[in-house]
Design a protein around this ligand. Structure first.
Ligand SMILES: [Zn+2]
Length: 254
C-alpha cells in the first residue's frame, strides 16, 4: 500500500519507520528497495483486504492523479471485512484500478459493496489483448452515439469478453498504444466500454485527462466528434452521474 498510519498520520513508506495498516491496524513495514516502488507491507500475513492486489507503477500513477486524502480509503463490510478503495472522490464515487485478473464473482461483490464505482482496467497485462481489441475495431461499425464510437460484440476480443456482465462503467487503459487512426491522438486516450443488451458493447475513446477531471471536479468526460461533422469537433459526453441515470432509459438505434 502507498500509505500507512505513523503515529496516526498517513505517510508514504520511509526506511526505518514503522507504521500500522489503515485498513486492519496491524503493523506494517516500509519496503523501499530498488526493484519495486516504495510501499508498505503487512509485517505478518494477516487477513486484511482480500481484494487488495500488489501495487504497480500503473496503479500508483493513477492514484497520484487524485488528492492524497482520496487514496486508499477504508470501508468496513457488514460482516466485518475490511476493504480499501483505491480512490474515493469527494462526491462518493469509487475508482478501482485493476491490473490482475479478477473473477466475475469478485467483481460483482466489489460492485455491490461499493455501489457507485467505475473500473479503470490495465489493458496491457496480456499481450494478445491490445491487438485483438484493435482488430475488433477494424471490423466494427460506428455506434449511434453523440461521440465517435464503435459497436462491437462482447465476444469480439478477449478483454471485452472478460469484462462483460457487470453493471458499472469500465475504462480500458492501453497506455499510449497506437491506434493508427488519423483522428485519434497518439497519447492520452482511454476506452470507455458500455455494455448494452444482446451481447453488444459500445467502445468510445475518450480523453484520459477528462476522466480524471470528471472525478476531480465534475466536468464532462470528453470524447471525439463523429466523422460527420468534421473530426476536429469534440463533443462532450454526459457526466458519469447523468450517464448512470439515463442508462436504462436510453434507446439505441442500430
Ligand atoms: Zn491491513
Amino acid at each position: 500500500m502507498k500509505y500507512a498510519l505513523v503515529e496516526g498520520i498517513r505517510l508514504e513508506a520511509t526506511t526505518g519507520v514503522r507504521g500500522n495498516c489503515p485498513g486492519c491496524s496491524s503493523p506494517m513495514i516500509p519496503k523501499c528497495g530498488l526493484k519495486r516502488l516504495h510501499h508498505w507491507a503487512h509485517k505478518s500475513t494477516v487477513a486484511c483486504d482480500r481484494w487488495w492486489e500488489p501495487e504497480t507503477e500503473w496503479h500508483r500513477g493513477w492514484k497520484n492523479q487524485f488528492p492524497a486524502e482520496w487514496q486508499e480509503i477504508r470501508h468496513i463490510a457488514s460482516n466485518g471485512d475490511v476493504h480499501i478503495a483505491d480512490v474515493k472522490s469527494a462526491s462518493g464515487s469509487v475508482l478501482e484500478f485493476q491490473y490482475s485478473a479478477i473473477t466475475p464473482e469478485e467483481r460483482a461483490a466489489r460492485e455491490a459493496f461499493y455501489g457507485r464505482m467505475v473500473w479503470i482496467v490495465n489493458g496491457n497485462r496480456l499481450k494478445r489483448d491490445l491487438p485483438s481489441f484493435q482488430e475488433a475495431l477494424t471490423y466494427a461499425p460506428s455506434a449511434e452515439t453523440k461521440a465517435r464510437s464503435w459497436l462491437l460484440s462482447d465476444q469480439d476480443s478477449a478483454i471485452i469478453g472478460r469484462w462483460r456482465g457487470g453493471s458499472h462503467p469500465v475504462f480500458l487503459d492501453f497506455g499510449d498504444a497506437d491506434f493508427s487512426s488519423p483522428w485519434l491522438p497518439s497519447t492520452g486516450l482511454i476506452w470507455w466500454l458500455t455494455y448494452i443488451p444482446r451481447g453488444r458493447v459500445i467502445a468510445t475513446p475518450v480523453h484520459r485527462q477528462s476522466v480524471i477531471d470528471h472525478f476531480l471536479s465534475g466536468t464532462p468526460i470528453r470524447g471525439f466528434g463523429r466523422l460527420k461533422p468534421p473530426p476536429s469537433r469534440r463533443s462532450a459526453l454526459p457526466g458519469f452521474e447523468a450517464y448512470r441515470a439515463r442508462k436504462d432509459a436510453r434507446r439505441w438505434r442500430f
